[in-house]
Design a protein around this ligand. Sequence first.
Ligand code: FES
Length: 114
Amino acid sequence: MRKVFHPVARAEDVPPGTGIPIKVGDDPNCALFRTSDGEFFASTSLCPHQNEALDQGRLEGCEVICRRHHLRFDLRTGDCTNAGGYWLRMMEVRRTGDHIEVGIWEYDDDPRSA
Ligand code: FES
């Protein structure tokens, strides 16, 4: 396996304190967040509680708050901070100039990557 970084957005596409829906590889259900401090995080976009779109959630510091039932997720870890048993799958983010890239593990022999 190897980690492959996919370009997902330009930095200017994500104003500080917001999130946007993104597609990473074949997965269309991902989200990119930019905190008010300018840090970028990427995760699955569907809330693990009842599938609300987390890119529509509210950011407070490094937490995204789901708009439906207000579960809070720490974007540094993916952990839910106000209920047990929920977490987000987080992905590595890197910035190359103005471009934001998200890394996911892919099989070397995946015929889709040929
Ligand atoms: S759907 Fe997100 S907290 Fe319920």
